[in-house]
Design a protein around this ligand. Sequence first.
Ligand code: HXC
Length: 515
Amino acid sequence: MSVEDNKVLELQQRKERIRFGGGTKAIEKQKAMGKLTARERIIALVDADSFHEYDMFVEHDGRDFGMQDKSLPGDGVIIGTGTILGSPVAIFAQDFTVAGGSLGFMHARKITKIMDYALNMRIPLIGINDSGGARIQEGVNALAGYGEIFFRNTLSSGVIPQISVILGPCAGGAVYSPALTDFVFVVENISKMFITGPEVIKTVLGEEISMEELGGAKVHSEMTGNAHFYATSEDECFVQIRKLISMIPANNTTKAEKIAPARPLPEYDITKIVPADPTVPYDVRDVIKALVDESEFLEVMELFAANIVVGFGRVNGETVGFIANQPLVMAGVLDCDSSDKAARFIRFCDAFNIPIVTLEDLPGYLPGVDQEHAGVIRHGAKMLYAYSEATVPSITVVLRKAYGGGYIAMGSRHLRADFVFAWPNAEIAVMGPEGAANIIFRKDIMEAENPAEMRKLKIQEYKEKFANPYVAAAKGYIDSVIAPAETRMFIEHALKVAAHKSRSQPNKKHGNPPF
Ligand code: HXC
């Protein structure tokens, strides 16, 4: 054996030791919790044999509390690059088997190194979080590490897609890195996110709550809106991430890869989904599926604010972001949460050159003291801001109702939609016929011999005058009234026409959205 062979053997042995992470006991504990190890996760996520690891030999530099005598393989985090469906991605994965994946100075240096790579190479960043938080023995050096990560998350925002995967605890200030990224993935029984844990809550407030109830996957998917994708297993989560990566561009200077066009599946017949009666609900996701290639729709934040649906689909092979009122849930009204959800999604699409298609069918904003006091004015304004500042191609189709503030907010011409179409049964007006008749014909109704009959008559009169698309079309607010069956054809054409859209904005450092 030559000297070189010896060195290569030694290298392999060193690597093997490091790959063993925190050792058998810690790995067994990880598995007992139903979790994969950090390396297994990366392998499951990326294309076969595509992962290249960097900084494998990095060691911690803790000097206190006995740390100086301890070795922490890779300092508890794995970084590298790989490919997903052939597209390069940068990855870090915290290794809970090594000091609980806690974040010390060198651990943070590795993460910030791969974040810098991702930004410089203009490729997506995927961070797998599984950590006990700031490494307590390293004090302020650990906190400094988090600060450096948050700074880079912000710097990269709108330049490269950033994805956070919560596959274990993500506690304390550590949660702010995922919160700054574009998409957060969680897994049932595995993900736990909170600023202060159950112990602190019990001590300070005397309240008892389990980790799962406080910050489990369901909580963040349904209640807080911190998570965008919910999976029941790690494997399902990795499939979701791969799907998402396939539909979005690598950075803000390019478009998502166009694939071979396909037709929607015949079982989604667009002419049969929306009931003529404006009070009868339907699932707007069926309309989206009737419009997109292969009827394949990747829904984002499916479980949160379900009165609005957002997600990605392809039209003629090109990725499009859909924003659609959902008549199945609260009649599709807008409220604080649905406005937040839509606004963030619109801003992602706009930052990453993804055209927007808005499907509108809503009675307006949700009335009520709760909403007013929860700040529906501020939250609702986010959506107006997001649509108004978006310069990607924007196509709006009024499927049925478009009343009041809802008409303006849902990608109207006035907020600079490029193409606005309406179906013939659309109702575009300040408010619904019933409410409108009660107000403007109150005197006529009250003084009538038969108020109920008069009310009916006046509702009909209002409907004929305003509850249709032609008043808006007469003013040019609607470009075309189209038959439902023509919708995909009109969207396809609009996308083609807008392929090189260029709309300049006034010079500014940045706007000041109502966050
Ligand atoms: C150092 C840590 C650690 C930490 C865990 N470990 N968290 N070491 N710093 N923050 C170590 C443990 O000592 C243990 O080491 C190993 O990781 C596994 O931890 P266990 O407690 O045995 O695991 P488990 O029972 O599964 O509990 C996981 C846990 C718990 C719930 C995450 O470890 C925990 O509560 N950790 C502390 C969480 C915390 O308060 N972090 C600081 C948050 S403040 P051994 O050697 O025994 O195997 C923060 C500020 C950031 O992060 C601010 C940014 C702005």
